[in-house]
Design a protein around this ligand. Sequence first.
Ligand code: 8Y4
Length: 287
Amino acid sequence: MPALRLKCRDKVLDLSRPAIMGIVNLTPDSFSDGGQLYAGSRLSQSKTLVAIEKMLKDGADIIDIGGESTRPGAAEVSEQRELDRVLPILELIVSRFDTLVSVDTSTAAVMREATAKGAHLINDVRGLRGDGALDAAAQSGLPVCLMHMQNQPQTMQLEPVYQDVVAEVLTFLAGRKQACIEAGIAADQIIFDPGFGFGKTLTHNLSLFNAIDQFIASGQPVLVGVSRKAMIGQMLGTERSSQRLIGSVTMAVLAAQRGAAILRVHDVLETKQAIDIWQAITVKEQD
Ligand code: 8Y4
């Protein structure tokens, strides 16, 4: 199988080694003021830029910015609010840093505006099923990450049910890939993501994780996002998300070992070090 590469506007993302995507949440629930002061305030913006600068120094290849909270039960956000959260930071990142920027959105207008302002990748947790999203993504010419989610964030964790979670998620992604191709997106610009934690119980998540090889076999690059998610807490028997770091890094290494191309993480330094150790050992073995 040839090494995978994504064409991201003026840049190329080389996936012969796992790429690290650093998470930057622009939603109010991630700010200590509860978001009351966020609305684009300079203070929050400069804090965000400092966090991004650190992620890049720590080894992030991609910065993923999102203005819609998709946590279980989270409220919906208007298109204008999402634009107001994402676009100013996107402009600042593109002007200051030499990095790839991924935009976490399901909204066609955000895809279009973000593309105009220099985004490199579209990351849609709804797999481009929203109004106009498929066309907006196709017209962007950017790579797209198609993620599987059962139901919507408001209801997804109430009672997730599958006959065969792996088969159903694979079938869903194959169908969305076909829709993308019909809309004019190149097959080699499509990333698959099983969508850990999105309408899944721990058992479903583990079945999917243990089937990463089947997602890899599709030939699409696979993105894995498990960082700090509830499944880690469930496996460790701890409620506190501050105690999910080691579990998150462990799962990132296992995912990389099984062929994941992109790791979406909060803790870039720790993940990068763990991946570097695994890579150093693996390269030694091959010599
Ligand atoms: C603590 C912090 C606990 C964050 C849970 C979370 C994915 C994604 C999300 C993913 C792709 C999250 C936007 C959920 N997860 N995009 N986005 N794949 N492609 N929850 O797994 O991080 S948000």
